[in-house]
Design a protein around this ligand. Sequence first.
Ligand code: P6P
Length: 337
Amino acid sequence: DSAESINTDIITLSRFILESQRYGAKNATGEFSLLLNSLQFAFKFISQTIRRAELVNLIGLAGASNATGDQQKKLDVLGDEIFINAMRASGNVKVLVSEEQEELLVFRNNPATYAVCCDPIDGSSNLDAGVSVGTIVSLFKILPDSQGSTSDVLRCGREMVAACYAMYGASTHLMLTTGSGVNGFTLDTNLGEFILTYPELRMPLEHPIYSVNEGNSVYWENSIQQFFEELKAPQPDLQNKPYSSRYIGSMVADVHRTLLYGGLFAYPCDRKNRDGKLRLLYEAFPMAFLVEQAGGKAVNDRGERILDLTPDHIHAKSSIWLGSSHDVDKYLKHIAQ
Ligand code: P6P
């Protein structure tokens, strides 16, 4: 009967981390388990807030504005507050960089274990169109005897100990790496638990999709314009078919598709964004870490590995090309010509 079809041995995110810790996976320590509980609470809370806020905004439910009647807070401000409170409450986050906060936040009375960098709701401008948005997070260990300062985060990408994003789409998905591969989880809203749904995810070595905002192409340098023109031509190694184009304009959604299907995502520098648009600490670094751990590559316009870069400012930007290794190799070959 139907009872037999129910999997009664599901692996929740909490169990997964405890098991990783027990079997000594790199960076999956007791402290990390503690922090992960706060992270997943934040993701669940933001997920629930986003789903409700859309309804509230759409039908203007009574009480749309809070008790004092002030204007309903913008969702990215709400997401930021939820995240800051969860990280402060974790008890082991000393330093927090947020896309919404100009300055670094230091939680003075927290023991100094982790530095967290996050974009609480990346792609929020798409929210009203019902497009998937997400929370992107990178983690560093606090430097020994640091009291919490920018030196804890202005570090080489290779020093990241974990990276994850939550994508708030039809379901809420969480992709996580602690340096030993990528594992994906899906939120079961009845249980209130993230369940392991993509164990040891490996991205395809190649896939004929490119994902870039072609509206910027007049601002790109010629070599980049030429590269994408070449992808639109029949590809000898693809039975003479050209690449397809897919661009959502929400990094988490574009990268999630690239992780699962393969292909190439890029945000090159252009005359409007001379240093690129995406930020190193809480967009390029975490996505590069996840993509590399899933077998892909992530480089900048000059072909330098994203994880070998070091930001000079907490909101420093970078160009980025990430995705299937064979597709990124096509770009590397192009610039090596
Ligand atoms: P454009 C969203 O605003 C964002 O920060 C990323 O999520 C997304 O990849 C990028 O900017 C989109 O930028 O210039 O193509 O609209």
